[in-house]
Design a protein around this ligand. Structure first.
Ligand code: HEM
Length: 447
């Protein structure tokens, strides 16, 4: 039998190239309305070679995307993050997102169990409790910035889920240290350092305030780890993430590495979750039909119906407002992806938002219609808010469950209403998608 001849891979040089003077058009793929981008004329793949940066293939050919995420060992996510942004300073290069190949697989196995389906129900009471604690202080009947509520809810849940019952004095110190650390990350100084990173060949200059704040967080986390180690009975009755490590077969790190990874989880989970909660409120308030459906479900007292509709609202919100409109991988060796030769060092970028806004994948794509996710489940190849492949978000199932439980608990007590002025747009010049006016909505008592 004769073998089917394999076509020679094409090279990046053979693909359409984005001219330097049009680089600014890339911004149009970072904001809703990607379908009107002039870049679509270049087809589903195009290449850019910015001076001083690696060559980049941008592709929304779904066969390329599938093949890219399936190439476990030829690509690195961490090398994209450290070359284009300051993530390595924020996370530390030894955290999960920066590891590749077998080392990444081994670590991922150790850190997955607390975020898998089986563990999720054990966090539900905590999520409900956090809403009940926070909600009485939220204004009723006047505009509020829901993003701020999102941050309070996200940190309340995260600290509880990751650390459990921390002794009161230490809990306050931990909260304070984490708050200061996030403050340093969001400061103008660190933003400047981040913007310089691509120009410095991927080197992020040290930013001492961030280093100090990180060290302060680590001190408290290390104290807590030591306290757990000295009280072996403590973990037996707990379901927080730390208790699932200390003294178990997952406990294969020294304390500094465990602290670093727990800090990495806090960082990966905090802002992404808060922004998503903000967008859910904005999208509900801005779409009367979805709001009416959610209100009818909440008023019916049928929790399963409310949960099912909320899951669809969350999926639809994250389709149209993915916190990261792009993800990417950098080739760590010469390789071929779906017939395209990718040389070592080149990057492949996936425009998530453009894929989510494509009429080929989602009929009437610009309409916010949660029902599409009641009719069809999420298709993991076409819905990429959590990325895909071996680095797909570790907390994806957790984040979806969290959004459902938090909104269910809020909506059982409050109605959401829009503020005048139409649907809130994303912040301008913000690389991630976050609501420009911090998610302004009105809450009213549900009578
Ligand atoms: C709505 C909330 C969230 C969003 C939108 C989000 C998004 C993402 C994205 C886009 C990635 C990169 C995936 C890729 O490029 O393939 C990622 C990775 C990651 N996320 Fe999330 N995330 C969220 C919540 C969380 C939560 C709650 C946790 C932890 C509990 C978490 C922990 C992580 C970790 C550890 C990674 C790195 C995984 C790896 O490299 O193996 N994230 N996330």
């Amino acid at each position: 039998m004769s073998e089917t001849p394999v076509a020679d891979p094409i090279t990046l040089r053979q693909l359409p190239r984005l001219r330097a003077r049009d680089f600014g058009q890339l911004g149009g793929l970072l904001r809703p309305g990607t379908h009107s981008s002039p870049l679509l004329h270049l087809g589903k793949r195009f290449v850019l070679a910015p001076p001083g940066l690696p060559t980049m293939l941008v592709t929304h050919d779904m066969d390329d995307v599938r093949a890219l995420f399936a190439h476990q060992d030829d690509f690195s996510l961490g090398q994209v993050l450290s070359r284009l942004s300051s993530h390595d300073r924020m996370f530390g290069k030894q955290t999960l997102i920066f590891l590749d190949g077998p080392e990444h697989r081994r670590e991922r196995k150790l850190f997955s169990p607390p975020f898998q389906h089986k563990a999720l129900t054990s966090y539900e009471d905590l999520m409900v409790e956090v809403v009940r604690r926070e909600l009485p202080s939220w204004p009723v009947g006047e505009p509020l910035e829901f993003l701020r509520m999102g941050y309070d809810l996200a940190i309340g849940v995260l600290l509880g889920v990751v650390f459990g019952d921390v002794a009161p004095g230490r809990a306050e110190r931990l909260k304070h240290a984490v708050h200061e650390w996030f403050g340093a990350i969001e400061s103008r100084g660190f933003l400047a350092v981040t913007l310089l990173t691509p120009l410095f060949g991927g080197y992020t200059p040290p930013y001492p305030p961030l280093g100090r704040r990180q060290a302060e967080v680590d001190v408290v986390i290390l104290e807590e780890i030591a306290a757990r180690r000295s009280d072996p009975g403590y973990a037996a009755e707990r379901s927080d993430v730390l208790s699932r490590y200390v003294g178990t077969e997952l406990d294969q790190h020294d304390d500094a590495a465990l602290a670093r990874n727990l800090r990495g989880i806090l960082l990966g989970a905090y802002e992404t979750t808060a922004i998503t909660l903000g967008w859910i409120a904005v999208m509900l308030a801005g779409h009367p039909e979805a709001l009416a459906a959610v209100d009818a479900a909440a008023d019916s007292g049928d929790r399963a119906r409310l949960d099912a509709y909320l899951d669809a609202v969350v999926a639809e919100t994250m389709r149209l407002r993915p916190v990261s409109p792009f993800t990417g991988r950098r080739a760590i060796r010469d390789t071929v992806v779906n017939g395209v030769r990718i040389p070592k060092g080149a990057m492949v970028l996936v425009p998530i938002l453009l894929i989510h806004e494509s009429p080929q994948h989602y009929p009437d794509p610009m309409t916010f219609r949660p029902e599409r996710f009641l009719e069809n489940r999420i298709n993991g190849h076409l819905w990429l808010t959590f990325g895909a492949g071996p680095h797909r978000c570790l907390g994806a199932q957790f984040a979806l469950a969290e959004a459902r439980v938090l909104f269910r608990t809020i909506l059982e007590q409050r109605r959401i209403e829009p503020v005048p002025g139409g649907l809130e747009p994303p912040r301008r010049f913000h690389t991630g998608l976050s609501p420009a006016a911090n998610g302004r909505v009105i809450l009213r008592e549900r009578g």
